[in-house]
Design a protein around this ligand. Structure first.
Ligand code: M6R
Length: 609
């Protein structure tokens, strides 16, 4: 949450720090978009501060009224945690000689205010301004020394970029948990919350190590640990380009990312196949990890957790191994019943979700081996887990996750196949058949995305309603959870998913005339049962959008709109079903004239608890 960027270099004139910061903030806006600000530093340390409630475009307009031709500066786009959305609470925050931007939460800011008597110096309601006061208080001319002392006092998560008035042209950075990446080229040095803001300036970058102080200047970047010893970061290369992080002719990132799913699925599965079967040896994952565990615990948040629900249903039915799925924010404060016999799988697109990270650390403390399924290379979760399987979706920018979900599923399907082979539940041929069906799921998704007429019809029904239900049994219930989340987060329609058989234990009381019910009935063994449940809601006036496999025999009286999934095997229905539910949410949000890519109150990467 919150996007931060800093630049110190030689660009000047129309290609100055102001432009680099504003362009970068536009790329980072998906991390938070309540307010934005920049601080530009002149050659002699003079400060030009601009901050505005609202989108980066509002800040850009304000900056363009009186452009500043500086070579060094920091910029921030905010997702409000402490204090309302207004100009004063927007970052950067200044106190005395210090101006800074922050991503994270300072947990002990009340204690710091009391201990150092800062109350009279504060203008905003933010925890961040307290950190600026603290640094100004500690600063005696040596930024490293002030930062080292501050680290001992501050608790919480943070990534800071800091300007000191008497250190012109230099940006000092320090982080704990919250992400920061940096890069240097012939034009200067760059730092940002993530690569989307830096990709325009080169392909090499590094993840800023925690517990270090990093100094950026036009000439280069230096890093030292808290004892003053120089640290050499590991240089990484980005494997995607500027176009991947842009809309490429689509009206929104979300629809672009929906369209990218078939390719992302192939990119995630194919490199892991040997003899048409999954093999993780190149990623250093020993077979014993999968063959020796007695049970599996999956931990994640939001969409990633719903991918985990599909993984659970699939693994249990295929491998007969007990799998539990946990919401990361609950798991970390529960009593975790796991030990070395449990394989813990954490799933995260960003690899930075704070609750998932904390749950991962807890699982490790319990002695459980950990495997992360992550999209962002070098992210904290990827680095801290014992083993990692990267998904190859490329950058996902829309707040609503789509292609990340599909590739998370793809990895869970690969893992299921490997587990089944190792535990004698699949012969080689069965494994190969399973993988071939997985690969052909990308074609099914493509077809679904191309033939979206019935989905557009369904949108006309859904967009008028304040409520919608998603129902299904077994795997269908697992998919419908994600369908409901997608609809509510971008169309603001209250949507809930229910296990279809559970409706008559209370929820059916909510069904009224014309209420849209999106019913998934793709699983042969419970098909008749689900259709009975559909009849029950239809008899009470619901407008039924029925999602079934192509060729399914259903009495037309049962539904208002029927959506056919081009798929034969039940286990693989999730892929075209996901595409159809994503499109339903996308077109509904667009038809309501909402901001599809940046829904209200949300941010892409949730780095606060
Ligand atoms: O980066 P992560 O996968 O850890 O993020 C988890 C959730 O915050 C995320 O999936 C969220 O639910 C999406 N907005 C859903 O579309």
């Amino acid at each position: 949450m919150c996007g931060i960027i800093g630049y110190s270099g030689s660009y000047s004139g129309s290609f100055c720090a102001q432009k680099i910061l504003l362009d970068g903030l536009e790329q980072l806006e998906y991390r938070g978009y309540d307010s934005a600000g920049v601080a530009l530093q002149g050659e002699n340390g003079e400060l030009f501060l601009r901050k505005k409630a609202g989108r980066v475009s509002v800040l850009r307009e304000a900056c363009e009224v009186a452009p500043v031709n500086a070579r060094c500066g920091i910029g921030h786009t905010r997702w409000a945690t402490h204090g309302g959305v207004n100009d004063v609470n927007a970052h950067p925050h200044s106190c005395g000689r210090v101006t800074l931007i922050h991503n994270g939460i300072i947990e002990n800011y009340h204690e710091i205010i009391a201990a150092f008597g800062f109350a009279g110096r504060l203008h905003s309601e933010t925890d961040t301004e307290v950190a600026a006061c603290l640094l100004d208080y500690l600063y005696q001319g040596d930024p490293f020394d002030a930062l080292r002392q501050a680290v001992d006092i501050l608790t919480g998560s943070y990534a800071f970029c800091i300007l000191f008035a008497d250190q012109p042209g230099k940006i000092f950075c320090i982080r704990n948990v919250s992400p920061l990446v940096a890069a240097h080229n012939e034009s200067g040095s760059f730092v940002a919350s993530d690569l989307t803001a830096l990709i325009a300036y080169g392909k090499s970058y590094f993840v800023v190590p925690e517990e270090t102080v990093m100094t950026l200047s036009a000439e280069g970047i230096s890093i030292c640990d808290l004892s003053g010893k120089t640290v050499q970061p590991e240089i990484l290369t980005v494997d995607w380009d500027v176009e991947s992080a842009q809309k490429g002719g689509y009206p929104h990132y979300m629809i672009k990312e929906i369209n990218e799913q078939p390719e992302a699925l192939q990119n995630t599965v194919r490199p892991r196949l040997r003899n048409d079967l999954p093999d993780f040896s190149e990623e250093g994952i020993p077979d014993a990890l999968l063959s020796c565990c007695e049970n599996i615990t999956i931990i994640a948040c939001g969409t990633a957790m719903y991918a985990g629900m599909v993984g659970k249903a699939l693994m249990e039915q295929t491998v007969k191994i007990p799998v539990s799925v946990h919401i990361a924010s609950e798991f970390r404060y529960d009593t975790p019943l796991i030990d070395s016999r449990t394989l813990t799988i954490v799933i995260s697109q960003s690899g930075e979700t704070i609750d998932t990270l904390a749950a991962l650390r807890l699982a490790k403390d319990c002695g459980s081996p950990t495997l992360a399924i992550v999209n962002v290379k070098g992210s904290t979760i990827a680095r801290e887990s014992d083993y990692v399987l990267y998904t190859h979706a490329g950058p996902e920018i829309a707040v609503a996750s789509t292609k990340a979900y599909t590739v998370q599923l793809a990895v869970l399907y690969l893992l299921t196949c490997r587990l089944a082979l190792l535990r004698g539940c699949f012969s080689q041929e069965q494994g190969q058949e399973f993988i071939s069906a997985l690969l052909s799921s990308s074609e099914a998704m493509e077809q679904m995305i191309r033939q979206d007429q019935m989905i557009r019809e369904a949108v006309k029904m859904v967009k008028r309603s304040d409520h919608a239900f998603f129902i299904g049994r077994g795997l269908d219930y697992a998919f419908s959870l994600e369908g409901a989340l997608k609809l509510k987060e971008i169309s603001y329609i209250h949507a809930e998913a229910y296990a279809a058989g559970e409706l008559k234990h209370g929820t059916i009381a909510l069904i009224e005339e014309k209420m849209p019910v999106i019913a998934l009935a793709t699983q042969e063994k419970i098909f008749a049962k689900t259709i009975s449940n559909v009849r029950e809601v239809r008899a009470r006036g619901a407008a039924v959008i029925l999602i079934v496999k192509e060729g399914a025999q259903v009495d037309p009286d049962v539904y208002d709109i029927r959506i056919d999934l081009p798929v034969r095997k039940d286990e693989f229905a999730v892929f075209p079903a996901a595409a159809s539910l994503q499109l339903l949410a996308y077109y509904t949000s667009d038809a309501k004239g909402l901001n599809v890519d940046k829904p209200r109150n949300l941010a892409k990467s949730v780095t606060v608890e």
